[in-house]
Design a protein around this ligand. Structure first.
Ligand SMILES: *Cc1c(COP(=O)(O)O)cnc(C)c1O
Length: 434
């Protein structure tokens, strides 16, 4: 057994040696030290603001939909651990990966038939882009290598994904000039229920038509733009994209890494629009938040196109591709989700968020309050004071991670009504103090 370290020692070492997401080195604000997690609660190693337990309003960045330490997922992981935690995927295969791939094909929109297992969401977007560019190369159209997206998006932190993140105000503004230059439409007009704006739809059609010769694909987050600004738009625009892409020979990629597995009230956000993409990315909630895993699905037309080319293979193969532990837990997590009335749970949370966040409308400095599925957002008219907002939430016994002008929550689907109310109270406190 290694020497035990005190919380103070751990935090000092953390600050000195460990990078955190979007963090400076050394760290400027101390993270909270988590000792364990169970259900919807994170247990802290030492009390903060008088709390040693926090209700998790973040699902660990949209992933832990069943909460923590779930017996079914623990069993799946432990069972697989006793057989093998990993074997290479080149030349070998195994039941967990095959079962998961078949399940993903069964539950995603019908034309998606083939599954590439990647190790993170960003990598699954890289693979999606490679698939699209290679498809056109194989078909003798190598000029088609740019991407079109709308502003306000987020697709990950590696190179190609960064190039389609929001170019202004997004987290990757620094890299303008170095990144591949993509084509940006305006951000979609706000509101899931808003009637589609004809002028905006015309802009999408016009851009796709004008750039068709150089466009490999359109890539968007359907219905909810997550880390780019937590905004919702009409599913009608997805139908416009589908029609324009078909009309002009452009592939359509849906990044459902944040929206997949029920978060917006539909199993996949594409279902709100009744359209299917040519390529789809999944991640985040795929393993119920247990392990890192993502997937890129494509149609038979895309796979066949690639396979007819001079290089008739998809030249991508991460070392930990198809990891047995991650795929076993992912398969168990999806089975667990589908074995219950998850849509009812998401509706119940949606109703709780609508009630609980309504008072935020009258808080000074609040610009907008919006809810869709198990996503609740309070947007301020100024940058959030992260330290003050976090402290206010922790004082209420809740873990939140605001960014930019946004205080938001997407709780695990197992969050009870009392805890949803508590999360909402914490969001309101954070909005008042942040
Ligand atoms: C989180 C996210 C990604 C990136 O996934 P990572 O696993 O963090 O690499 C890509 N697209 C969307 C929509 C996301 O929400």
């Amino acid at each position: 057994m290694p020497e035990p370290l005190t919380p103070g020692e751990l935090l000092a070492l953390d600050r000195q040696h460990v990078w955190h997401p979007y963090g400076p080195m050394p760290g400027r604000t101390a993270p909270l030290l988590v000792e364990s997690a169970s259900g919807v609660r994170l247990r802290l190693a030492e009390p903060v603001e008088g709390r040693d337990e926090l209700v998790d309003g973040m699902s660990s960045w949209w992933s832990a939909v069943h909460g923590y330490n779930h017996p079914v997922l623990n069993d799946a992981a432990q069972g697989q651990l006793g057989r093998m935690s990993h074997v290479m995927f080149g030349g070998l295969t195994h039941e967990p990966a095959v079962r998961l791939a078949k399940r993903l094909v069964d539950i995603t929109p019908e034309p998606l038939e083939h599954v590439f297992l990647a190790d993170s969401g960003s990598v699954s977007v890289e693979v999606a882009v490679k698939m699209c560019l290679q498809y056109w190369r194989s078909l003798g159209k190598p000029r088609k290598q740019r991407l079109l997206t709308w502003r306000g998006g987020y697709h990950g932190d590696t190179w190609q994904p960064m190039s389609v993140c929001d170019p202004d105000g997004g987290m990757h503004e620094l890299w303008q000039g170095a990144l591949p230059r993509q084509i940006f439409a305006d951000a979609p007009p706000a509101g899931f229920d808003a009637a589609p704006d004809e002028a905006y739809a015309a802009q999408l059609r016009e851009l796709i038509a004008r750039h068709a010769d150089e466009l490999a694909a359109v890539i968007v987050e359907p219905v909810v733009q997550g880390a780019g600004g937590m905004s919702f738009h009409s599913p009608g625009y997805l139908r416009v994209l589908r029609e324009a892409c078909d009309a002009h020979g452009v592939l359509l990629v849906f990044d459902e890494i944040a929206t997949g597995f029920g978060r917006t009230g539909a199993l996949f956000a594409a279902e709100h629009a009744g359209v299917a993409p040519d390529v789809m990315c999944l991640g985040k909630a795929l393993t119920g938040g247990y392990l890192t895993l993502a997937a890129t699905l494509c149609t038979t037309a895309v796979a066949d196109g690639i396979s007819r080319g001079a290089l008739p293979v998809l030249a991508h193969g991460p070392t930990f591709m198809g990891n047995p532990l991650a795929t076993a837990v992912a398969d168990a997590s999806i089975e667990l989700l589908l074995s219950q009335d998850w849509a009812q749970e998401v509706k119940r949370i949606e109703a709780g968020l609508r009630d609980g966040l309504a008072p935020a409308r009258s808080i000074a400095g609040v610009r907008d309050v919006r809810v869709l599925g198990a996503i609740g957002v309070v947007q301020l008219d100024h940058e959030v004071d992260m330290a003050a907002a976090t402290r206010a939430a922790v004082r209420e016994g809740v873990w939140l991670r605001p960014f930019r002008d946004l205080i938001y929550t997407m709780p695990p689907y197992i969050t009870g009504d009392g805890d949803v109310a508590r999360i909402c109270a914490a969001v309101c406190s954070a909005a008042r103090e942040g």
